[in-house]
Design a protein around this ligand. Structure first.
Ligand SMILES: Cc1cc2nc3c(=O)[nH]c(=O)nc-3n(C[C@H](O)[C@H](O)[C@H](O)COP(=O)(O)OP(=O)(O)OC[C@H]3O[C@@H](n4cnc5c(N)ncnc54)[C@H](O)[C@@H]3O)c2cc1C
Length: 383
């Protein structure tokens, strides 16, 4: 089947080919960060494709960025180590001041600064984002942050972090989505002044951590856009994130289907390739159909986002469809491999664990269904 962005894909396949499955496997087993891979992607400019040319980037859209993410996963890697740089960019690009963009974007494009982290989730409020409890209180020329975040990824491998915090108490706003603000936090400064980071070992090989803010001062100039309107700004970032993660799931889906197809053609039992049995063929074919269908929604979400049109429904639907399709492909691949699927050397079990994450993060399937039911179909609000 012909695929869009062939030239882009060829260049990425070239780079990703230099980092074989054994490289990603050993980092996953050791729990180490694939630094050389991420450095190669950065130096080749792939992690700054969305930065406008005037700031040193390639000036491309979410569609191209999503192809970068897809190809990493399709080659057996895990874009979770670097996808933050792509979607966090959306918030800074669309809502940052000219001064903020001039200060940070050229350095990010040159690979001197990393904007890999976004801190939204909190331990006590979870999916109920607008009730988050981390507070940023204005005191003269700075804000003071106190509170806690959980599952904040890549903080150990980032210089900057997007932070969502409440600046006006919930009791003083008309809607709970008001009174929240977005800040661009310098992580090195913050670690010296009241931010504590505690890593959370986890099954997805994702570097993620708990954050504790103990009266952390941040300059007022760290505020992105207008105070109190942060939730709207972060939604652009969240829509980009959902679409990019859908693309990663598409990449995973193709990886699993490629592996399953090859194995089913080679493995001979009962004197014939197992793939000659329709009981083995059909689940692989069905998984492929579902990955391809999800792919259409992913490109529709990209098209709308890049045209600055509302894309919340499509971004959410793409993430739901793609995360379920990749999980189906993962299951089918494991079943096709039989016992060998459990052996780490085939990478199936690693990718199986990695792709499972995306039905939970960055937003769970139930919360997407709730969004579609209430915001798209107009059903009564349940919360
Ligand atoms: C590896 C990893 C990396 C992450 N990285 C980041 C990050 O970088 N930044 C960040 O901000 N967050 C991050 N997250 C957090 C992630 O976005 C949340 O885990 C996710 O949004 C779900 O929130 P929760 O874990 O609090 O689940 P909860 O909100 O406690 O929900 C638990 C379950 O209950 C269901 N549920 C809850 N309420 C309802 C309801 N009203 N109706 C129906 N079902 C409901 C949910 O669908 C879910 O299945 C990460 C998480 C993981 C595991």
């Amino acid at each position: 089947m012909s695929e869009p962005y062939a030239e882009l894909r060829d260049a990425l396949r070239d780079l990703c080919g230099r980092f074989p499955a054994a490289y990603h496997r050993s980092h996953a087993q050791e729990g180490t960060f694939p630094d050389a891979f991420i450095r190669a992607l950065t130096e080749a400019g792939w992690l700054s494709v969305m930065i406008p040319e005037e700031y040193g980037g390639a000036g491309l859209g979410l569609a191209e960025a999503s192809v970068v993410m897809e190809e990493i996963n399709r080659a057996g890697g895990n874009a979770g180590h670097c996808h933050g740089q792509m979607y966090n960019m959306g918030t800074l690009l669309r809502h940052g001041s000219r001064e903020q963009k001039e200060r940070y974007l050229p350095a990010i494009a040159a690979g001197e600064l990393r904007l890999q982290s976004m801190a939204v989730t909190e331990p006590t409020t979870g999916s109920d984002t607008t009730r988050l409890r981390t507070v940023a209180e204005k005191r003269g020329d700075h804000y003071v942050v106190r509170g806690q975040k959980v599952f904040i990824s890549r903080v150990e491998h980032s210089d900057l972090m997007i932070l969502l915090a409440r600046t006006t108490p919930l009791s003083e706003v008309a809607r709970k989505s008001e009174g929240l603000s977005v800040f661009l936090v310098d992580l090195h400064e913050a670690r010296r002044n009241g931010l504590e980071i505690r890593p959370i070992p986890n099954m997805a090989g994702h570097e993620t951590a708990e954050l504790f803010f103990d009266e952390l001062p941040i300059p007022a100039s760290a505020l992105i856009g207008e105070e109190g309107r942060g939730f709207r700004y972060i939604l652009d970032g969240l829509n980009a994130e959902r679409t990019l993660i859908a693309a990663e799931c598409i990449g995973d889906g193709h990886w699993f289907i490629g592996k399953a197809t090859a194995y089913a053609g080679e493995r001979v039992v009962f004197d014939r390739p197992i793939g000659q049995n329709q009981g083995v063929q059909f689940p692989i074919a069905r998984a492929f159909v579902n990955v391809e269908a999800a792919n259409l929604m992913r490109f529709e979400a990209c098209r709308l986002f890049d045209a600055h049109l509302p894309c919340g429904a499509q971004a959410n639907m793409a993430k739901l469809l793609a995360s379920e399709a990749s999980w189906e492909a993962a299951n089918v691949c494991l079943q096709t491999f039989g016992g060998f699927g459990f052996a780490t050397e085939y990478d199936v079990e690693r990718k199986f664990r990695e792709t499972r994450l995306y039905q939970i993060a960055p937003v769970s399937t139930n919360l997407i269904l709730s969004y579609v039911a209430e915001h798209v179909l107009g059903l009564p609000r349940s919360f």
